[in-house]
Design a binder for this molecule. Structure first.
Ligand code: ADP
Ligand code: MG
Length: 249
């Protein structure tokens, strides 16, 4: 595998607050996801993991604070949201594929519509990425004819076909049957090895320990801990993280 063409773009969250109405769900989050590295975010359900991730491609807009992708403050007024979303790929728990399109078209459509690639270019790029996730034989199928693990790999190929600088994963394996989780994690691990900047919300503690350069703990909208995996798992400093790890490990 080749290295990513644009590896190394860091993502910086600067004092992010987020409220839904009266409910403040993120409190002063300060975090740098280093370029070319994998940052895993773990924490209890409802702690704000998805909201934080969604802020990084403006699916949610922070109530205050700034987010930088490389040198660009995407939260500044006048930021080009469409352009930002091409730079920041996202993979969701429930795949979000277009049900009425083939696998191939799922991976080509945004390339043509958003990036203005010709059909031929888009197909060529799509096949490269489908091949890399082991799905080139299935390009004519529709999503419902695939397993969940295959659908998720299509979603990853679709995001990568946009040549993103950063990839966000929100519990990408949580909806999968256990035997399908491995294949998706292998694709993510491969991407990490190739130097993609990744922010991964996950319950897969083994993946976090083995793949991440940094693991972050969110609890009730607060970032309580950010450390290298060995330190995070072996010598957690907060009681909250210690009891969380006791429950999940
Ligand atoms: P996690 O991903 O860690 O489970 P979320 O980021 O989904 O947590 O949710 C954090 C909190 O924000 C929860 O209390 C949730 O109910 C609330 N929340 C999330 N999205 C919305 C929304 N669109 N409107 C109102 N409240 C929301
Ligand atoms: Mg979530």
């Amino acid at each position: 595998m080749t290295t990513m063409t644009r590896a190394g773009t860091a993502v910086r969250f600067e004092h992010i607050d987020k409220s839904f109405g009266q409910n403040q769900v993120l409190h002063d989050i300060v975090l740098e996801a280093p370029g070319g590295a994998t940052t895993c975010i773990v924490g209890p359900s409802g702690s704000g993991k998805s909201t934080l991730l969604r802020c990084a491609n403006l699916l949610e807009v922070p109530t205050s604070g700034r987010i930088l992708i490389g040198d660009d403050a995407i939260t500044d007024p006048g930021a080009d949201v469409d352009r930002i979303r091409t730079r920041v790929g996202m993979v969701f728990q429930n795949f979000h594929l277009f049900p009425h399109h083939t696998v191939l078209n799922n991976v080509t459509l945004a390339q043509q519509r958003v990036l203005g690639r010709t059909r031929d270019e888009a197909v060529q790029v799509a096949r490269k990425h489908l091949d890399a996730v082991g799905l080139s034989r299935l390009e004519d199928r529709r999503p419902e004819q695939l397993s969940g693990g295959q659908q998720q790999r299509v979603a990853i190929a679709r995001a990568l076909a946009m040549d993103p600088e950063v990839m966000l994963f929100d519990e990408a394996t949580s909806a999968l049957d256990p035997e399908l989780v491995k294949g998706v994690l292998a694709v993510m691990r491969d991407l990490a090895d190739r130097g993609m900047t990744m922010i991964v919300v996950t319950h897969e503690m083994r993946f976090a320990r083995e793949v991440a350069q940094q693991v972050v703990f969110l609890d009730q909208g607060r970032l309580l801990e950010a450390a290298r995996p060995a330190e995070f798992f072996d010598t957690p400093s907060s009681d909250r993280l210690r009891s969380f790890l006791k429950q999940v490990l």
